[in-house]
Design a protein around this ligand. Structure first.
Ligand code: FAD
Length: 282
């Protein structure tokens, strides 16, 4: 018989985590599907569960001049409704699931699920997001790209809970998120691209690009970014062919139930070209 825990505080949750072999969950929109039972009986969890979705200590979005700290139980809907959050950070989140999923799903769940198709992840990689995890003995901080180690795998230890996600509080002159799925809404990405840039006096002064679903983890295109930063907008047309070749070398798409390697690779290059040649000009 699986036991379920509903702690009154984060401290109690951390002690339950330390003393028991439990699976933590927040919104439950991944775990309830993963362990669903088809016969209408309760979900078949492989171990005891620790519910943290109600913990007030993790439900706030704290904003300073330089950073935005998102608590682990902040839902996507709460994030979208917060008028202090820059609009460019909301674009990928608006495209996640449906209203119902956005009402319960969290960044923390998306990160710990560690799917290369997770819609928060290209943005978090591009923004150099940090992830804070806590246990009864203290906290650890990771860059998102170090925290996620492969499909479905992270650095989280058995006694830890992810408590916060930190992103910079900054706006950019250009931003882009394009997710290609089977349908326009409520579909998991076959390919996704998040990009932001600052263009000043027709020169690209900053650019970040990350691709989802084209490798075992989200891929950040740092070499491509370095090649483009400092370029004049008028040079982009001349550079585009070599840039796309660099992207093609970097991505490692696969054939799976959602799509094919060839489709993913073609669409990823098309999306990057659309951002660099079209969106950046607007
Ligand atoms: C119909 C439907 C549509 C969906 N559409 C999308 C979509 O468009 N894009 C997308 O990216 N995803 C989608 N998802 C997947 C899911 O909604 C997201 O991944 C969501 O962000 C998961 O958040 P959660 O809080 O519900 O995670 P949960 O199910 O609670 O947890 C997910 C995983 O993270 C772990 N975990 C959760 N919180 C913590 C924590 N604080 N500390 C440590 N471990 C933790 C859990 O143990 C589990 O392994 C969809 C799911 C459904 C059912």
């Amino acid at each position: 018989m699986v036991r379920s825990f509903k702690p009154a505080s984060l401290l109690e949750a951390l002690h339950i985590r330390k003393d028991n072999d439990v699976m933590v969950y927040g919104g439950g929109s991944d775990v309830m599907i993963k362990y669903r039972s088809w016969s209408g009986t309760p979900a078949q969890f492989p171990k005891d569960v620790l519910y943290i979705g109600h913990l007030e200590e993790l439900k706030s979005i704290d904003i300073s001049d330089s950073e935005i700290a998102i608590g682990a139980t902040v839902s996507y809907a709460q994030f979208l409704q917060d008028e202090r959050i820059p609009i460019e950070y909301k674009r990928p989140i608006e495209q996640i699931g449906s209203v119902a999923i956005r009402n319960i799903g969290t960044f923390a769940g998306n990160i710990c699920n560690a799917s290369p198709a997770g819609d928060t992840l290209p943005m978090l990689y591009a923004l150099n997001a940090k992830v804070i995890v806590m246990s009864t003995v203290g906290k650890r901080e990771f860059a998102i790209e170090n925290f996620i180690t492969g499909p479905g795998s992270t650095c989280l230890k058995n006694d830890e809970i992810l408590t916060h996600i930190i992103i910079p509080n900054k706006t950019y002159s250009h931003s882009y998120y394009c997710k290609v799925g089977t349908r326009k809404a409520n579909a998991i990405s076959k390919v996704s691209v998040f990009a932001i840039a600052d263009v000043f006096k027709h020169q690209v002064t900053d650019i970040r690009i990350a691709i989802g679903s084209c490798g075992p983890t989200v891929i950040r295109l740092k070499d491509v970014e370095a090649k483009i930063i400092g370029s004049k907008m008028s040079d982009l047309d001349l550079m585009i062919e070599s840039v796309l070749m660099m992207v093609d070398d970097k991505i490692v798409p696969i054939d799976d139930v959602r799509s094919t390697k060839i489709y993913r690779s073609k669409v990823a290059l098309n999306l990057i070209e659309a951002f660099l040649i079209k969106e950046l000009r607007q």
